[in-house]
Every structure is written in structure tokens, then in C-alpha cells.
Design a protein around this ligand. Structure first.
Ligand code: ADX
Ligand code: MG
Length: 568
């Protein structure tokens, strides 16, 4: 603690000059420091010697290591490599030029928060750099520490240290300096740490083990912490896990259909009674958990009972067998901080906030609507019809946690929700985002969704056809079209929510409107555009008929398809 940090960008490389993205180690290996870069670094080494640097941490990239070895000819201090100081992973744009990446990010929200396929967002990078710096800081006392990294990581670190709002990364002069790729003048920056940016961890972690959560575990934890998963207060203990699988109930009898579990690598050796810190991917602490139960799951039974199948073509089952460790630990969690989301903060209402909003507006009947897709006409019809029929308001409550593979990314979707809500639904609906990690468990998932919506203040919940149901490798659904409706209805009273079960809606050409399929005559013409057809039409730039969607939605989807195309 009480260390002083000095930031330095690696020396100019040929890739910098050509504006290439060398953000993966493969591309980095092909880059070389330029003559200018090498000269700059020698001059900078002499400058830094006057500062009296005690040690160096640097990114593992070879251009940074090369820079470090030049500077250290002058400093002769210990050198440590820190992986989290790497360049921002640009995913599909790695090895391309920066301008190519730029054109896919439309506004500041996207520039900050959108992850390119396979890559990180700017704000992922911020969380990573802050966690790295905190850990480095905790390891040393009263040292002058030189950090050698890359332009983007250093900018984000400055942003955090100066405690500036995120958008300042584009505007504030104090955080844009590292762009000076071709600057003839070498320089380093003493990290100015604003009093509001604490370099110590928000809680004392010195005696605790930090468990890095997966993305799914983070979403689960968030919903536990905001009471979206009430009555759960933590991750399931052994008796609750088996009871939930077999009876859809906790040991104490409370209805709960989905195993919310914390899987753990065996090598981490959880100890009963130990308190651990649950941290995000980069080491930022989110909660404490006292380990009350350590057990081995029965994955085959879990697959059969929760998903009704052991087939790996079911995404929930695949996750269970391929991405879940062989030990589960359970216990109650206590709050340290919520996972930080940067995009659309104003749309992420907690259960308490939503209930208060409904109460103040006198919304005594609220119909929850779940979706993981952009809003097309069929979704709209479901919501509007239900609102009219029940004389109620609608909570448009799309999922922004993990959804099915191949789904449209949530940032693109939220742009469609905002605009459709604003233009067509404002008088009867409220929009809020739900950070839930879907399992695609069909009927059980529908019961779970209804319970969660009850927690968020809904009095009604729509379960349509094949709700939260995935398809197998040949495109066949895993569950019967109305199985989710049946199971949800069965538990409606106990949950205390009314389940609305519309029949499948389809567009009828002769009547120019959507109708439930049981009301369509045999001689009428039904029109549908399947998910696969939709994607092909987007990629080929085909025009869409009005009945299918909204021009606003299609516009956003074309941008999404362009990125998909790029990926392919
Ligand atoms: S999910 O819940 O099923 O995963 P999706 O976005 O596809 O999300 O659907 C949202 C909701 O609308 C679900 O309740 C689904 O059952 C319902 N739904 C979607 N399309 C139709 C349709 N054509 N007819 C009836 N219900 C539908
Ligand atoms: Mg669906």
C-alpha cells in the first residue's frame, strides 16, 4: 500500500504505425518495435532512472516485454508479468485495422459496452485493469511501481483513477494521451489517484480466498442479491439441490424449480465453514459466502429431471456436462457490491424499485412478458391483446443475462425494445431489463420465470408457445408446444400469479392480422418467417413484409447481421 504508480505505454511498433489491432498474442508476435520506438524508449529509460522506480509490472505481450527490457537497461529493477495488463481483446477484429472495429459501434453506449464476437468491451477492460492494479497495490509497500501496458488499458485505468464518468474516456484530455502513437517525445505518466478511487479493496480480502465467478454465476448472484430469486438467500446446499431436482421445492417445502448452484473446481478444495469472497472474473469482490455445504452433484439426474433429456444438443444439458465442475458448494451470501453493468443502467430496475413504481402509478395489474428476442409483431400482439383483455399494464421484461447461443446480442435487442416501447407501447407498458442467465429448460424454466416475475411485482405472466424451449440438432423442439404453459398453470396459485396462456399466434393473409392458430380456418393462408429464414433474409438484404416486424427492429437487425457476416 501507499505505492506510487507510473504508467508507460509500450514503444511504438510497426503495427501501431499501420493502425493494426495487435490485441492477441499471435498478431503481437508478428509486430516489431520501430526504430523511433526504440529510440523513444532509450530516452524514456534515462528519464525514468531519475524517478527511482523500484519495480516493473508489464503486459505479457512481446512488444511490451521488448520495451521493458530496454527501459530496464537503465533501471535494473525486478520485473513481473501481469496478464491482466494485456491489450483489450478485440475478438473478431484482432489482426484487422482499428477503423474497421470502429464502424461497428454506433454510439457511446456501444463503444463502451458492446463486446465484439469473441472479444471484450472497453468497460470489461476497465474492470480488469482496476482489479489488476488493486492486487498489485496490495502486494507492495511504499514502492514506486512502473506499469507498462497498452494505450487502451492505460486510458481505462486513468479513467478509473481520476474517478471520471465512463463517457469521459472519449472526451477528457487527461485520458486520451496514449493515442500519441507517433509522438516523437517519449513520456510516462504518474497515475493521479483521485481521492474517490480507492486502491484498497472495498472489503478486507487479505485473509479470504477469492473465487472468480463465471458469467452465469455472476448473473445468479446478482439476482440473489437483489431478491429476484427470493426465497433463495444463496447458492443451494446439498439437501436443497436434491429436493429442487426431485420435487421442485427447497427442503423447507418452498416452491423452487431451478438448481442455482455454485460449481467449484476440485483443486480449489472448499473447506466447510470457510468464508470466501465471490469475485468477478477479474477479482473485484461482489459478495461473501460462508461455505455450509460441499457436495457432488448427480449430473445425469439433474439433466433428466431439470431438462427432461440427457442429449448434449440441449444447451442447458451441454452446459451442465461441459462447463460445470464436479463439486458444488452451497451457503448464504452477503452483499458487497453488485456486478457492474454499464450499458442501459437506467433500465435495470430491481424488484424493490419496480414494485415501488407500480405502487406509485396505481398499477395494480401488471402482466410480465419475457423475451430473449427482438420485438416482432407476434410479441407485440401478445402483449397488447393481454393488456386489453385483462385491462392491465405490461412489464416488458427482456432477458439481458445469458440466453441461447445464436441469439441476437442484448445491446442490439435493447435498442429495439427502447424504440418499440417508446413509439408503440408507452401508454400501456413499462420497460425494464432482467439480468437472468437462462437455462432453456422449457416447462421448469417457465415456472421459474413466473416466480421471478412475481418477485418483481407482476400479478400476471405470459407463457406463450414453446416458452424458453430450445431445438435439437435437426431443428426439433425438445418440449411440446404447450408443455411450459401447462406446468406454469399448475403452480400459478401457489406462486400467486395468474398465468396467461395464449395459443400460438400466426399471421393470416386474408384477414391481414394475427390470430391464434385454433381460430384459423383451413382454407386461410398462414404466413410465417422462421428464425433461420429471418437470418438468411437479413444477410441477403431482402425486404421484409410489414406484417412480420417493425422497420425499427429490422433496421437494428441489419446492423447485427452485418457483424455476424463479418464474423463468418
Ligand atoms: S422465450 O421465452 O421463448 O425464450 P421468446 O422471445 O422466444 O422467448 O418468446 C417470448 C414469449 O413470447 C414467450 O412466452 C413465447 O412463448 C411467446 N411467443 C413468441 N412467439 C409466439 C407466437 N408466435 N405465438 C405465441 N407465443 C409466442
Ligand atoms: Mg420462444
Amino acid at each position: 500500500m501507499n505505492n506510487k504508480f507510473f504508467l508507460m505505454r509500450h514503444a511504438q511498433s510497426d503495427h501501431n504505425v499501420g493502425n493494426w489491432i495487435s490485441a492477441d498474442e499471435e498478431t503481437d508476435k508478428k509486430s516489431q518495435l520501430t526504430k523511433t520506438g526504440i529510440e523513444q524508449t532509450h530516452r524514456l529509460g534515462k528519464e525514468l532512472k531519475k524517478v527511482g522506480i523500484d519495480l516493473i509490472y508489464h503486459s505479457p505481450f512481446q512488444r511490451v516485454a521488448a520495451t521493458c527490457s530496454i527501459v530496464n537497461q537503465y533501471l535494473k529493477v525486478p520485473v513481473l508479468v501481469e496478464r491482466r495488463l494485456s491489450q483489450m481483446n478485440c475478438g473478431v477484429f484482432n489482426g484487422k485495422i482499428w477503423a474497421e472495429r470502429e464502424r461497428f459501434f454506433l454510439d457511446e453506449v456501444e463503444k463502451l459496452s458492446k463486446r465484439p464476437p469473441g472479444g471484450e468491451s472497453l468497460l470489461d477492460l476497465k474492470a480488469r485493469m482496476v482489479a489488476a492494479l488493486r492486487d498489485i497495490n496490495a502486494r507492495h509497500q511504499q514502492k514506486k511501481i512502473l506499469i507498462i501496458s497498452h494505450g487502451n488499458p492505460l486510458r481505462l485505468l486513468q479513467l478509473a483513477a481520476l474517478n471520471l464518468p465512463d463517457v469521459a474516456v472519449f472526451t477528457d484530455r487527461r485520458v486520451v494521451r496514449w493515442k500519441s502513437d507517433v509522438s516523437p517525445e517519449p513520456f510516462f505518466d504518474e497515475l493521479l489517484i483521485n481521492e474517490n478511487f480507492s486502491l484498497s479493496h472495498p472489503v478486507d480480502l487479505s485473509s479470504l480466498r477469492c473465487i472468480n465467478l463465471t458469467e452465469r454465476q455472476m448473473f445468479d448472484l446478482e439476482l440473489i442479491l437483489v431478491n429476484g430469486f427470493a426465497p433463495l438467500k444463496g447458492f443451494l446446499k446439498e439437501e436443497d439441490y436434491f429436493s429442487v431436482m426431485e420435487k421442485m421445492r427447497l427442503q423447507n417445502g418452498a416452491l423452487w424449480p431451478m438448481p442455482i448452484v455454485l460449481d467449484w473446481r476440485q483443486s480449489d478444495r472448499p473447506v466447510l465453514g470457510e468464508t470466501v469472497a465471490l469475485c468477478d472474473h477479474f477479482g473485484n469482490p461482489l459478495a461473501f459466502m460462508k461455505v455450509e455445504s460441499v457436495y457432488q452433484p448427480d449430473k445425469i439426474r439433474e439433466a433428466r429431471l431439470v431438462y427432461g433429456t440427457e442429449k448434449l444438443s440441449h444447451p442447458g444439458v451441454a452446459y451442465l456436462f461441459n462447463n460445470t465442475h464436479d463439486w458444488y458448494v452451497g451457503g448464504e451470501v452477503s452483499f458487497v457490491g453488485l456486478p457492474i453493468h454499464y450499458a442501459f443502467r437506467e433500465l435495470r430496475k430491481t424488484p424493490a424499485e419496480l414494485k415501488e413504481f407500480f405502487r406509485q402509478g396505481g398499477w395494480d395489474k401488471v402482466i410480465g412478458f419475457n423475451t430473449r428476442n427482438p420485438i416482432h409483431r407476434a410479441h407485440f400482439e401478445l402483449m397488447r391483446n393481454a393488456a386489453r383483455h385483462y385491462q392491465a399494464k405490461v412489464l416488458l421484461h427482456p432477458i439481458v443475462g445469458s440466453t441461447n447461443e445464436g441469439d441476437v446480442d442484448y445491446i442490439t435487442r435493447v435498442r429495439t425494445y427502447k424504440i418499440i416501447h417508446e413509439r408503440y407501447m408507452k401508454d400501456f407498458a413499462f420497460l425494464s431489463l432482467l439480468p437472468l442467465a437462462m437455462r432453456m429448460a422449457g416447462p421448469r424454466e417457465a415456472v421459474w420465470h413466473a416466480l421471478v416475475r412475481k418477485n418483481y411485482g407482476c400479478s400476471h405472466f405470459i407463457v406463450g408457445r414453446d416458452h424458453a424451449g430450445p431445438k435439437d440438432e435437426s431443428g426439433n423442439p425438445f418440449y411440446d408446444k404447450y408443455a411450459s404453459q401447462e406446468l406454469a398453470k399448475q403452480y400459478a396459485d401457489e406462486i400467486g400469479i395468474e398465468i396467461i396462456t395464449p395459443k400460438e399466434m400466426a399471421y393470416v393473409e386474408e384477414e391481414n392480422r394475427y390470430l391464434p392458430i385454433d381460430q384459423i380456418a383451413a382454407n386461410q393462408t398462414v404466413k410465417v418467417i422462421s428464425g433461420t429464414a429471418l437470418r438468411e433474409m437479413l444477410l441477403s438484404g431482402a425486404e421484409f413484409p410489414d406484417w412480420f416486424s417493425f422497420p425499427e427492429t429490422i433496421g437494428e437487425l441489419r446492423r447485427w447481421a452485418e457483424l455476424k457476416n463479418y464474423e463468418a
